[in-house]
Design a protein around this ligand. Structure first.
Ligand SMILES: *[C@@H]1O[C@H](CO)[C@@H](O)[C@H](O)[C@H]1NC(C)=O
Ligand SMILES: *[C@@H]1O[C@H](CO)[C@@H](O)[C@H](O)[C@H]1NC(C)=O
Ligand SMILES: *[C@@H]1O[C@H](CO)[C@@H](O)[C@H](O)[C@H]1NC(C)=O
Ligand SMILES: *[C@@H]1O[C@H](CO)[C@@H](O)[C@H](O)[C@H]1NC(C)=O
Ligand SMILES: *[C@@H]1O[C@H](CO)[C@@H](O)[C@H](O)[C@H]1NC(C)=O
Length: 445
């Protein structure tokens, strides 16, 4: 604090009434001291005091829309410094909150009940962060928060999986209208008319410009050209109008690909082309995220918030996806039973590193980035995939045992619990920023 002796903080008026000035100075001093000290004693760093209300006694697994809406406040019980992304799955007998008959938005290949999945326990869990509660998704509250806003899912079919989960979770309040500007299923738009809220899905499995070079390739899943330093304008040209982006990616980088930079082949991933160096999928993954974030940072008119939804580990066991691997577990892991390692760890770390760099660069341009760090919670759900219940048994599909996508209802409904919680925190943040700007004005005016 800089209040120099003899320097009138509020301009020249002070000379006229020295006594009042002294009192004013004392009041200002006390206020400033309080503003400085409060964050020290409240680790929530200036969050509104209603957030500190004790509500840990209320079981948040029981869902009551009206009651929760009336409360209309953010419940962060005892978890002032709580990392919502670190925790365990606990039983939740109230779940699921929708079914394949109440929600039409479930993608065929994720409609596991339709294809005869016999067990239902995988739907009945909720995420319990260490040290606090993650409230169960409240659709009415979500829609209030996003009124007059727009949200784009940028990525692949796992991103679409989350979008469809969101539409299903919101379906208890409202179904959206299809307002897509194209018949192409890769670019969908949905509008919640009562709330003037738009959801978009922008398909970009590699995040950068890419092209299928051969339909088959070494693994019969296509060989792709990835232009690692070129924007995929199918999405980058569209995002300026959005308030929120949820960007994600991963599984397509496992496919064979040839990497281009500066219009030259620089290497590849499992392309088996003579004289082309195998740089691994990790190389392509890192460069793709770097370019995607560079695109976002370069968009002058983009004022939204970018959420990186981190890598969702697949759960093939006893073989790779094309070698009979499958996911047949019926229960979540406890956090002590598994660790993030191998490819999963590598891909996750690459995302975090590129995210941090982009965030640092973006800050200079007023860009906002948030980490939706779903990897740990997702790692613990080997039981949530379609496995062989993503299609009829006689159907000939590429991913016969699907251990990549997620049954709906299912564990990734929790990604939207995280989303709602993070949107609430944005409210807290903007309150905090207002508080700080008032504070700053008092200091420097
Ligand atoms: C907060 O809630 C917990 C759990 O119900 C209870 O044990 C505790 O006494 C409460 N604290 C206050 C200050 O109300
Ligand atoms: C929903 O799942 C049931 C099995 O639980 C199945 O019989 C039905 O065909 C499915 N309905 C739709 C619309 O997918
Ligand atoms: C709907 O939201 C958009 C922003 O997403 C805003 O520009 C527009 O004015 C809103 N429309 C109404 C009718 O409030
Ligand atoms: C690969 O490189 C070797 C040595 O530089 C060269 O002799 C050969 O022709 C190249 N093969 C192809 C297919 O370009
Ligand atoms: C499945 O389709 C692939 C490619 O179309 C074909 O090569 C394969 O023989 C088919 N498998 C069966 C069991 O029909």
């Amino acid at each position: 604090m800089k209040l120099h002796a003899g320097e009138p903080p509020l301009g020249g008026r002070s000379h006229a009434q020295p006594k009042t000035t002294k009192i004013v100075l004392i009041i200002i001093f006390v206020t400033l001291v309080l503003l400085t000290i409060i964050p020290v004693f409240y680790p929530l760093l200036g969050y509104p005091l209603y957030l500190l209300r004790n509500s840990s006694s209320k079981p948040s697994s029981t869902y009551d829309s009206d009651q929760e809406l009336q409360a209309a406040s953010i419940r962060i019980s005892e978890g002032e410094n709580c990392d919502i992304f670190s925790g365990e799955w606990v039983p939740n007998h109230d779940a699921p909150y929708y079914t394949n008959t109440t929600c039409w938005a479930i993608h065929e290949h994720q409609n596991c009940m339709k294809y005869g999945r016999p067990d239902t326990e995988f739907m009945k869990w909720k995420w319990k962060p260490d040290g606090c509660e993650l409230p169960v998704f409240n659709p009415a509250q979500f829609l209030e928060i996003v009124r007059d806003k727009s949200l784009a899912f940028v990525g692949d079919s796992v991103g679409r999986n989350q979008m469809q989960s969101l539409i299903c979770l919101l379906s208890r309040v409202e179904y959206p209208l299809d307002v897509s500007y194209t018949a192409d299923e890769k670019f969908k738009r949905w509008k919640y008319t009562t709330y003037n809220f738009t959801i978009a899905y922008l398909w970009t499995p590699h995040l950068v410009k890419s092209k299928e070079r051969e339909a088959n390739g070494p693994t019969q899943t296509g060989l792709f050209n990835l232009y690692l330093d070129e924007y995929d304008e199918e999405w980058t040209a569209q995002i300026e109008e959005f308030d929120y982006l949820i960007i994600s990616g991963g599984h397509w980088f496992y496919r064979p690909s040839v990497f281009y930079e500066n219009h030259q082949v620089v290497g590849c991933h499992f392309c088996l082309i003579q004289n082309v160096t195998d740089l691994t999928k990790f190389y392509g993954y890192r460069k793709a995220f770097r370019t995607a974030f560079r695109a976002i940072n370069s968009l002058e008119n983009f004022k939204g918030i970018t959420f990186l939804r981190t890598f969702a580990p697949p759960h093939f066991e006893n073989g790779l996806w094309n070698q009979g691997g499958n996911c047949v577990r019926k229960k979540p892991f406890r956090s002590s039973e598994t660790v993030l390692d191998g490819d999963n760890l590598e891909l996750y770390m690459i995302q975090i590193e590129e995210f941090r760099t982009a965030e640092r660069e973006g800050r200079k341009k007023g860009k906002r980035y948030r980490l939706m760090d779903t990897t740990q919670a997702t790692l613990l759900r080997p039981d949530g995939h379609p496995s062989r219940y993503g299609h009829w048994p006689h159907e000939n599909v590429t991913l016969y045992n699907d251990c990549v996508h997620w049954c709906l209802p299912g564990p990734i409904d929790t990604w939207n619990d995280f989303l709602l919680q993070m949107l609430k925190m944005e409210g807290v943040r903007s309150y905090q920023e207002r508080l700080y700007s008032v504070d700053r004005k008092m200091r420097f005016e």
